[in-house]
Write a new protein. Structure first.
Length: 27
């Protein structure tokens, strides 16, 4: 496991969660 890959994956996951929350609040 490469630390860089994990970091980028974690950042992508955070962005996905944030966009989902934003979509829920936008409704």
């Amino acid at each position: 496991m490469h630390l860089r890959q994990m970091n980028s994956f974690h950042m992508e996951l955070q962005l996905t969660v944030i966009s989902i929350i934003v979509n829920l609040y936008a409704k």
